[in-house]
Ligand binder design. Structure first.
Ligand code: NAP
Length: 282
């Protein structure tokens, strides 16, 4: 039987820190969420950020973008945001229906306001182990969960399944920075089961409901399930078969209630840090 690595205490510790630190500094940090359309997953994430912002003392504003906005309009909007001293962080709900606008926003957002690590500068900073930029929040959420539960990846064999720029690659870089020995797997990996069974920690970010079953896992392992899949009944299910994994491994994050709950709190933490001009430590 595994230990359940709940995200709630990790999230609550971060929110408490934000509230206290913000009050102590007497600042009012502001986050702007840029949304295009009404995708249920965007609305759900936005709702949780607004609720957490209220708890943590961060002002969250939502800006709805026109799906037909031109490249110039997107650049003008970002220039306005970059110059607005009341906005300390920006979250872009991606993927957006208008790819050109998404690209223009990503490329022109000031790195200091890029609290989800999506701009080219933040990406380069991550790969160059430069801690003066914010990392993507979901990748950092995996690291914060390991740290909170004293499961240091130092010297451990860590297998990351998924190589996206949102999670797989950034979390792999962060693990390397923490002296883990990292193997990155993807849809073309042969012998995935052999690779995962030899790991101490398995981080799963595939985007396929319960793709990783008990046959991929071994006793003694820690499993971090990043996946969020919505069923026909509107239930959230991870990329790992939780029931099977729970009876085999030592530690596992649930879905919901695991990585996802920590991600939004880190976004708010980064926003406060942007406001205070300090990055990385908390
Ligand atoms: P993505 O861009 O679709 O990437 C999926 C990755 O998984 C790709 O690298 C793909 O390999 C690999 N893959 C797909 N099927 C595989 C298989 N059968 N075996 C091994 N690898 C396989 O997805 P993403 O944006 O990284 O998101 C991954 C998951 O995380 C999704 O469920 C998403 O909803 C969730 N998510 C969670 C949070 C959170 O806060 N918890 C935030 C964002 C996303 P190839 O490169 O070869 O195609």
């Amino acid at each position: 039987m595994a230990m359940r690595l709940s995200g709630a205490p990790v999230r609550d510790k971060i929110l408490k820190y934000i509230l206290l630190k913000g009050r102590e500094a007497g600042v009012n940090a502001g986050l702007t969420v840029l949304r295009m359309g009404e995708k249920p997953e965007d609305l759900a994430y936005e709702k949780s950020i607004i609720a957490m912002g209220e708890k943590a003392g961060i002002t969250v504003k939502v800006k709805l973008l026109d799906e037909n906005m031109t490249d110039k309009k997107a650049k003008d909007l970002i220039s306005e945001i970059n110059n607005d001293k009341s906005i300390h962080g920006v979250l872009l709900l991606r993927p957006m229906a208008n790819k050109e606008a998404e690209k223009a926003i990503t490329e022109n957002l000031a790195p200091s306001k890029d609290v989800d690590g999506i701009t080219p500068s933040c990406m380069a900073g991550l790969y160059g182990a430069d801690k003066t930029y914010f990392p993507p929040c979901t990748a950092r959420a995996c690291m914060e969960i390991l740290s909170f539960y004293n499961l240091s990846p130092k010297g451990k064999r860590v297998v990351v399944i998924g190589r996206s720029l949102v999670i797989g690659k950034p979390v792999s870089m962060m693990l390397l920075r923490e002296d883990a020995t990292v193997t990155i797997c993807h849809s073309k990996t042969s012998n995935l089961k052999e690779i995962t069974k030899n790991a101490d920690i398995v981080i799963v970010a595939i985007g396929r409901r319960e793709a990783i079953g008990g046959e991929f896992l071994e006793k003694g392992q820690t499993v971090i399930d990043v996946g969020i899949n919505v069923t026909e009944e509107n239930k959230l299910i991870g990329d790992v078969n939780y029931e099977e994994a729970f009876s085999i491994v030592d530690n596992i994050t649930p879905v919901p209630g695991g990585v996802g709950s920590v991600t939004a709190s880190l976004l708010l933490l980064h926003c406060l840090q942007s406001c205070l001009g300090i990055i990385d430590k908390y």
